[in-house]
Design a protein around this ligand. Sequence first.
Ligand code: ADP
Length: 481
Amino acid sequence: MKCNLIGGEWCAGPTSRQNINPSDIDDIVGEYARADAGQTRDAIDAAYDAQKSWADSSIQTRATALDRAGSELLSRQAELGALLSREEGKTLLEGIAEVARAGQIFKFFAAEAVRTKGEKLASVRPLVEVEITREPVGVVGVITPWNFPIAIPAWKIAPALAYGNSVVFKPADLVPGSARALAEILHRSGFPPGVFNLVMGRGSIVGNEMVASTRVDALSFTGSVETGQQLLEQGARQFRKMQLEMGGKNPLVVLDDADLDVAIDCAVQGAYYSTGQRCTASSRFIVQNGIYARFVERMTEALSQLRVGHALDPDTDIGPVVDEEQLRQDEAYIVIGKNEGARLVYGGTAVAGRTRGHFLAPALFADATPRMRIAREEIFGPVACAIPVASYEEAIEVANDSEFGLSAGICTTSLKYATHFKRHIRCGMAMVNVPTAGVDYHVPFGGAKASSFGPREQGTYAAEFFTTVKTAYTKAYGEST
Ligand code: ADP
């Protein structure tokens, strides 16, 4: 059994779970511990005990440990990328790129640790000086989803540790392998025992215990809206600092003046890569009438060329859906779309592979309307719909008509529409002639409306969540006023 990491010790769980390859359900990736409430409390206590001395550690100590972790991730990206793709189902290229990104994130925050800065200002009172400093928040709980098994943990854990917090990390139950590999790396990178703890297991047990604990000062979560909302309500009672990244129903607007090749590239990459299992995936193509028919035709052509199959096969473009439950949800939405009157122009059916996996042909609905469920609800699979519109004005209205606001894109060659879109689209990340999914690691990530709550993740903005600000006033000693 692959164990949990608590206070620097590897601890077997009271129970365990088999990690199953979604490309081949006969392939067991490994047996991983599942913590119970008691073990979760032990991890929280270990983090609590270790936090104060970590907060006092030198910025060089933190930077060196983070940099070492980043170097190991980068040097083992091929091996860890294969593990990630095996347990989650994204293609090998995507798996390797994700591990590389995790490595870059650790290196970025290694450098940020030594750049921790404050401000010194004059007071409005004579002989008094004001200092503004950033301090650690304390014990940070990190709860992550299955779709980015190493990058999302990295972009929460690295800044938490960089700014002097200790961490209790609960990965998604479906993908403990990458989390466990990351824990092994952190264990030997120079963090004192208890500064970083791994508790694998179920949300309803491990996650719940983290939320209930009065020793967890801040919680950074990525997952579903329902769970996020529940965590927020519980966290509010304890005035806990919360950062929630949740769903998306991301639009890609394609105007008549768009370069069609660019638009097709953005649409295919944004909606279907990583099997569409990204919170930034495009799922609504909002297309102007003049280009609509050509867009649908070219998309159908492009989708028919994508090879769906085993994530580790070199010629695979689209890996499997993550598990049977998610596959059933995707298929249910195909039925919903058809019943609502949208026209399924490609895919949406199960595909047989060389192994027993959860393969689904990427699906495109045409002639959808903004009120349809397939145009409003997050499906989280390789399923998108095209909505025809008459004008740019109608396009942005439809794009903004969503409970979500994570990422939004436009394909246009017009500066007028591009600049208007960037200013008026209600979302956290606006994309012009680039896919809605696929973001840089050194700039803020997050959304508006029901997509996000709390300060942004990543880049220098991560400091907003992982530190707390203190204002100190000092009067010069012995001076008369
Ligand atoms: P997803 O569909 O992306 O997995 P979830 O919200 O179901 O979204 O899960 C995201 C993360 O939240 C997972 O690590 C999951 O185990 C955890 N989780 C689920 N339910 C709870 C809960 N009640 N309390 C704390 N964490 C939870």
